[in-house]
Design a protein around this ligand. Structure first.
Ligand code: ADP
Ligand code: MG
Length: 299
């Protein structure tokens, strides 16, 4: 029987049994048993296991090891079940930590969710379009989302909520105001690190660009926006908010050629949400007028 011992925990347990049998003494098993009822050999295995988990940086599993082993014994669970439960705890912990990391990286100014958005308050918004966006298919399809409307209608809220939903789903995202992005690229350009800086805005699966159009942009600034939009073109989604309709973008960008080049790429594969429905600001926006009020996909 001893020659066929498979080793590990089984061996440790049988060692206790044999020691007890051989000695015939009631004291011996106590001497080879840890205070928690584990044999000495098993205690060593347990310590090693904790060390392995610590080395592999599986802190949550290490923390729950003792409790899960006890539970396994209590419930006569198989080794597979005990391992599965333990790793499940570690996976959940790692997933939550990565999620927090992505959220920190993305630099959202406030935390907003789609659930917090009151659709009843905003009847001009097409619920079906918002529901479709909340599936995050737009991220996989590298579709852009353009939120237009006057101040206070919830453009930033929706943009941030979509970005955070994507972050929660495991995508890398990044939030910036249009002004900060332009300033960041201009600064990097002066320092000779513009190419590196572009990675911040091109790398993530979703780039949220808030408040385009609040300030008019000079030629160079318009060029930075154009660079980001074209580098992301068909590579990743942009969620953009603006208080100015496309008809006004000629004024926002100073250069109408750059403006139409940016609009062209942004709208090639985009969902447009005009939160107040038809607006005076949209008067110059003719190319996509077939798009239905509230939201439409433009291809
Ligand atoms: P915008 O970017 O269009 O100017 P915001 O998204 O900043 O507007 O909205 C202003 C404030 O009002 C934010 O705190 C936002 O969370 C809140 N808000 C706007 N619309 C709604 C809504 N429909 N439901 C819940 N909160 C909203
Ligand atoms: Mg806003």
């Amino acid at each position: 029987m001893t020659a066929r011992e498979p080793g590990g925990g089984t061996l440790a347990v049988s060692v206790v049994g044999r020691t007890g049998d051989l000695s015939g003494s009631a004291n011996r098993p106590e001497a080879t048993t840890t205070p928690s009822g584990r044999s000495a050999a098993e205690a060593t295995s347990y310590q090693r296991l904790r060390e392995h988990l610590a080395y592999l940086q599986m802190g949550a599993a290490a923390e729950h090891l003792s409790a899960e082993l006890d539970r396994g014994l209590r419930e006569k669970a198989s080794a597979t079940q005990v391992l599965e439960r333990l790793l499940q705890i570690q996976v959940e912990d790692t997933r939550a930590r990565r999620q927090r990391g992505r959220l920190r990286f993305a630099r959202y100014p406030v935390h907003k969710t789609l659930a917090e958005f009151d659709l009843d308050f905003q009847p001009s918004l097409d619920r079906a379009v918002v529901a479709e966006l909340s599936t995050l298919r737009f991220v996989d399809e590298k579709r852009n989302v353009i939120l237009l409307g006057p101040p206070g209608v919830g453009k930033s809220h929706l943009a941030i909520a979509l970005g955070i939903a994507a972050t929660d789903a495991g995508y890398r995202t990044f939030f910036t105001s249009a002004a900060d992005m332009v300033a960041g690229l201009q600064q990097a350009h002066l320092e000779g690190t513009a190419l590196y800086k572009f990675r911040t805005y091109v790398g993530p699966s979703v780039l949220v660009v808030d408040e385009l159009g609040y300030l008019p942009l000079d030629q160079q600034s318009a060029n930075w926006i154009f660079q980001v939009v074209s580098r992301r073109y068909e590579k990743g989604s942009i969620v953009l908010t603006s208080n100015r309709g496309f008809g006004d973008w000629n004024q926002v960008f100073a250069d109408p050629v750059v403006a139409s080049a940016i609009i062209d790429r942004l709208l090639h594969n985009a969902t447009v949400l005009n939160i107040r429905g038809h607006s005076y600001r949209m008067r110059g926006y003719t190319a996509q007028q077939k798009a239905k009020e509230g939201g439409a996909r433009v291809r």
